[in-house]
Design a protein around this ligand. Structure first.
Ligand SMILES: [Ca+2]
Ligand SMILES: [Ca+2]
Length: 198
């Protein structure tokens, strides 16, 4: 996003990096420095790869089958889609999921559901995410496809106001909080916590 500064081998955040993150997150400078120390402690390379992320989810949710969902969440963190989450990407999402305004959270949720990252939600993307949430919640596998289709259809009927067979960000953010059947989805996401702030 236009920044050329690389944090790769730095042990410390520069003032410039702190200022830039401060302006883009809900964290203070000292919180950012503290979070950075913990981040580097846990991920000395300064990046989280997909396997590490999945592992984090497994530890957080030892009873659920969380791998599919973790991969989708990983992709929502990894804004530049380069296969790793750097500290900046981690902070942007952590800020949104822990302290974001309702609208920020919903925009982030939208990016999570937008599996192919083309800026719109097709019904099968919603089915995909809902299935991964049901799986994580321990629903029996044979029940998942039908239940997920069912919920996705319900959501679609309510949110796709202009009936063009996809949901854009505007329709999603405006409609999802009043949407029947969507509360479990948003709960599924709330189940996602970040060890870094605990
Ligand atoms: Ca990345
Ligand atoms: Ca899409």
């Amino acid at each position: 996003m236009g920044q050329s500064a690389s944090t790769e081998d730095d042990e410390q955040l520069t003032q410039e990096q702190v200022d830039s993150l401060k302006s883009r997150t809900h964290f203070s400078g000292s919180e950012l420095r503290d979070l950075y120390d913990r981040f580097i402690d846990q991920f000395p390379s300064g990046r989280i790869n997909k396997d590490e992320f999945i592992h984090m989810y497994r530890e957080m949710l030892p009873d659920g089958e969380s791998t599919d969902f973790a991969v989708h969440v990983f992709n929502a963190y990894d804004k530049d889609q380069n296969g790793t989450i750097d500290f900046k990407e981690f902070m942007l999402t952590l800020s949104t999921t822990t302290r974001g305004t309702p609208e920020e959270r919903l925009r982030w949720a939208f990016s999570l559901y937008d599996v192919n990252k083309d800026g719109i939600l097709a019904r099968k993307e919603i089915v995909t995410i809902i299935s991964s949430i049901y799986k994580m919640q321990g629903m029996e596998a044979p029940l998942i496809p039908e239940k997920a289709e069912d919920t996705a259809l319900k959501i679609f009927v309510q949110l796709d106001k202009d009936r063009d067979d996809c949901i854009d960000q505007h329709e999603f953010v405006r409609g999802i909080t009043h949407c029947d059947g969507a509360s479990e989805l948003l709960q599924g996401m709330a189940g996602h916590r970040d060890s870094a702030t605990e």
